[in-house]
Design a protein around this ligand. Structure first.
Ligand SMILES: [Zn+2]
Length: 91
């Protein structure tokens, strides 16, 4: 069971109350017409799937509806850090 404290509304939310949005902090190429097909394909389709610390984005879908970022250990499901969407994770 994953429980994350939403940094916007301050409520503890169980994973059933949240929506997983995949890997966080993926940077979109500024001008897609100037990057290679390989770089564009990497941006669109390939994501990290580490055993250990992973930076993720989650939505407080049953609460305030805000997206935020989480550093989570994919083995233990321990939540290491939660920040609002405008901040960068440090864990
Ligand atoms: Zn919330």
């Amino acid at each position: 069971m994953i429980v994350i404290n939403c940094p916007y509304c301050g409520q503890d939310r169980h994973e059933e109350e949240l929506t997983y949005g995949g890997e966080a902090e993926i940077i979109r190429p500024v001008d897609p017409t100037t990057v290679s097909d390989e770089t564009w394909t990497d941006y669109l389709y390939f994501r990290n799937n580490p055993k250990g610390i992973h930076h993720e984005q989650w939505c407080c879908s049953a609460g305030c509806g805000q997206w935020f970022k989480v550093a989570r250990d994919t083995v233990s499901h321990a939540v290491l850090e939660v920040v609002t969407f405008d901040k960068r994770l440090s864990a």
